[in-house]
Design a binder for this molecule. Structure first.
Ligand SMILES: CC(C)(COP(=O)(O)OP(=O)(O)OC[C@H]1O[C@@H](n2cnc3c(N)ncnc32)[C@H](O)[C@@H]1OP(=O)(O)O)[C@@H](O)C(=O)NCCC(=O)NCCSC(=O)C[C@@H](O)CCCCCCCCCCCCC(=O)O
Length: 725
């Protein structure tokens, strides 16, 4: 709703729809009514628009988009109505003015903001464009380059920057509403023509054409199949090249394209999925709403390898005092040097911002080899390499040294949390925190609940994720948890495709065209082939513990490809050794080039194993890789390892480079249609009966039999879910 009130000569319209004053149909109607009332009242000389509870508005009500009467479209005429008012209208911006909220403010004749307010046009991030004439007004106000930057990235900008850009007229430290009313009184009677943005000419650039050409290249490069940035660009270009009314018509046409692309729905699914995963629940009945986190006043990180260094950097950035521990001085000094380098780089990125990094002060970051210094920490993150015996030894030590109640986290990508916890006297305080590399950059934190993990421990780990500006997703304990477990069949299919006749660059191309930043082979070269090799040796799948006489391409009666092991045996670990599935300019190089050596190696391998080579088309590559990953997702849901498909989607988008505009793997499956996914899996499984990853999961079959219900209803088909969460 919007509340209308009149005090002296200034009428106040307050947008009111908690928690973020989203512009629902009711709010828009009330806003329109308020404007008309103010217009009709001769004692009203000016209008002030503000939001309830210290927030202007987060824009159109995204939840309403999927309702039959989509109401976002009604906003443009209301913004025009504001602008055409004969009485000055002032926007008082507190908290956020985003999307349609900022478009309302752009319709106003004056904008005044609190200095802590944030503004932006984030429609691009939900697959849309600022379709209430925002693409036409903003460039007229702040110029094409700045408007293009805001509209194609969706970034939020602080009030101080908005003032510099001329987006707001004034910023205030005290009461914004009172300041806005003062301003409204001051401008009564002043001419409004120059304040109407639709009448303003676009600020010209000497080289507008060249600027736009280069900007388009940049936008396209970054978008990789995501349509909205390019269409946002086209709308701003229309503002630069056409009169206002024609630009508005173009904006509408482009919006229609986006609305029918399917990407808006996918990105909005991703938006709500990210919020849904915060509401975790455990089988005991404990949940996000009942369990309180423990405060983390001081933390520790054990192990300063690649992961530990990133985790330390993340904690320092979150301003958490920290002890960083290594097993000996040599490793400690190496780790300290690397951490300092990372922190210097982060500090440089933050230069000029409000926050600074305090990492030279030993009270905030203390490097040590002395376990005794962990006595008073509230939380420890163990980040040594993936070895069960080593992890158990460390956890045994931690449970003796750390104070009662301290949370003990293990950074592992696959190992059994319960087994690690069994080495302690406090398994309720043990939890898995699976960070993704580089840990100070990647947003995902998989939080693994063991059998005994307490609700307080989960709440504290979720709170930690938030403090680190990460997305925490609570999952159950199984080999590989959610992300890596779904990744195994995907990578396995990619390697099988090589055996059958494809090449790394062909497989990668298909998946990169789909929208992944890196295909499976480029990804594997980046992560290091030795990581998986070590794990397979530990599992007895290769190496000295493999029983003699084991068939080269079979393990436990199932198809197995020794290709990655053979590469490792040749010292081809990927980028770090300059050779892997590709060749690189040098060890540590980043530019992957197809490698003739690998091609002839593959030919030789196929000959040795009498594999008949065939041409494999793009469709088969895509379907075998993606559908096997999705199939595993259904098994995970059925086993209760994750509470819903949106958890899997959030994990894949934030940890595995799944293109966000495709909504995550499970959402993608829902758009492909479950009957089609099932039929394809059945077909491939018949051809490859020795590959369990292609055998359709019982849950997928059940959903198809139930008539392909919408994704929101999937979990209701799991009647007797044995939750492992
Ligand atoms: C505002 C935030 C920065 C706040 O962040 P914070 O971390 O503090 O809190 P949360 O993110 O947890 O949010 C709290 C709570 O509020 C919900 N929420 C937030 N924003 C909205 C919103 N705009 N609408 C509805 N609900 C919202 C959020 O979900 C949380 O609740 P939950 O129960 O889930 O916990 C941050 O929230 C944020 O960034 N919000 C999004 C801001 C945004 O993207 N704004 C742009 C909105 S789009 C818009 O304004 C469009 C206009 O340009 C008009 C265009 C006209 C044409 C439109 C055509 C309509 C048809 C569309 C069809 C789409 C596809 C289809 O269905 O087919």
């Amino acid at each position: 709703m919007a509340h209308y009130a009149r005090g002296s000569a200034v009428a106040v319209i307050r947008l009111c729809n908690p928690p973020v004053n989203a512009l629902s149909l009711a709010v828009l109607q009330a806003l329109e009514d308020g404007l008309k009332k103010a217009d009709a009242d001769p004692s009203v000389k000016a209008v002030m628009i503000c939001g309830e509870n210290g927030k202007f508005s987060a824009g159109a009500d995204i939840r309403g988009f999927s309702s039959p009467e989509r109401h976002g479209g009604a906003l443009g005429p209301i913004v025009s109505l504001i602008e055409s008012s004969e009485k000055p209208v002032v926007a008082a911006i507190e908290g956020v003015a985003l999307g349609g909220g900022l478009e309302v403010a752009l319709g106003c004749h004056y904008r005044i903001a609190h200095m802590k307010a944030q503004m932006g046009l984030p429609e691009v991030t939900i697959g849309l464009l600022p379709g209430a004439e925002g693409t036409q007004r903003l460039p007229r106000l702040i110029g094409v380059p700045a408007a293009l930057d805001m509209i194609t990235t969706g970034k939020h900008i602080p009030a101080t920057e908005a003032l510099k850009l001329g987006l707001v007229d004034e910023i205030v430290e005290e009461n914004t509403i009172e300041a806005a009313i003062r301003l409204a009184n001051k401008v009564i009677g002043q001419p409004l023509g120059p304040r109407r943005l639709s009448l303003k000419p676009i600020p010209r650039l000497p080289n507008m054409e060249a600027f736009l050409r280069e900007a388009l290249v940049r936008v396209k490069q970054q978008a990789r199949g995501w349509l909205a940035p390019e269409l946002c660009f086209q709308a701003v270009r229309a503002a630069a090249e056409r009169p206002f009314a024609a630009g508005v018509r173009r904006e509408r046409e482009l919006l229609q394209v986006l609305l029918t692309s399917g990407q808006a729905r996918a990105l909005q699914h991703a938006f709500f999925a990210e919020r849904a995963v915060r509401r975790w629940a455990a089988p005991s009945g404990a949940s996000w709403s009942s369990a309180a986190p423990q405060p983390v006043r001081k933390a520790a990180v054990v192990g300063l390898g690649t992961m530990g260094r990133g985790i330390v950097t993340s904690l320092v950035k979150a301003n958490i005092p920290l002890v960083a521990l290594e097993q000996n001085l040599e490793y400690l000094n190496k780790g300290r040097k690397a951490v300092m380098l990372l922190l210097e780089r982060e500090a440089m990125k933050m230069e000029g911002g409000a926050q600074t990094l305090d990492f030279h002060n030993p009270a905030r970051l203390h490097f040590t080899v002395d376990f005794d210094l962990l006595r008073d920490v509230d939380l420890v993150i163990e980040a040594v390499f993936e070895n069960m015996a080593l992890k158990k030894e460390i956890f045994h030590k931690l449970s003796k040294i750390c104070k009662p109640g301290a949370l003990l986290c293990t950074n592992t990508s696959a190992l059994n949390i319960d087994e690690i916890a069994s080495a302690t006297s406090c398994p309720q305080q043990v939890i898995g925190t699976h960070f993704f590399s580089p840990a100070h950059v990647m947003r995902l934190l998989e939080i693994i609940r063991g059998r005994h993990t307490s609700p307080t421990a989960i709440a504290t780990a979720m709170q930690l994720a938030k403090a680190l500006k990460k997305v925490g997703v609570v999952v159950g304990n199984c080999f590989g948890f959610v992300g890596n477990r779904m990744m195994f069949p995907y990578v396995q299919q990619a390697v099988f495709l090589l055996e059958e006749g494809s090449r790394p660059e062909a497989v990668d191309q298909v998946l990169e065209d789909f929208g992944f930043k890196l295909g499976p082979f480029r990804m594997s070269d980046l992560a290091g082939l030795d990581v998986g090799w070590r794990s397979r040796k530990d599992q007895g799948l290769t190496g000295p513990s493999l029983p003699s006489g084991t068939p080269a391409r079979q393990r436990h009666g199932q198809r197995y490809s020794p290709l990655p092991d053979l590469l490792c045996e040749q010292g081809r670990f990927g980028q770090k050794t300059g050779k892997g599935w590709y060749q690189y300019e040098q060890a540590g190089g980043r530019t992957a080039t197809p490698d003739p050596w690998l091609h002839s190696f593959l030919s030789h391998y196929r000959d040795t194993h009498h594999i008949k080579t065939r041409f494999i088309d793009q469709e088969e590559i895509l379907e075998r890789c993606l559908f096997s990953l999705i199939n595993e997702g259904f098994a995970i849901l059925a086993e209760g390892i994750a509470s819903g498909p949106e958890h899997l989607d959030v994990i894949y988008i934030n940890g595995y480079g799944w293109p966000k505009h495709r909504g995550g793997p499970m959402f993608y499956a829902s758009t492909v249609g479950l009957p089609r996914v099932l039929a394809k899996l059945q077909k491939y499984s018949e051809v490859h009966p020795d590959v369990p990853g292609l055998r359709p999961s019982a849950f997928l079959k059940k959903l198809v039999a139930a008539g392909n219900p919408p994704i929101k209803e999937w979990m209701s088909y799991l009647s007797q879910q044995s939750s492992k969460l």
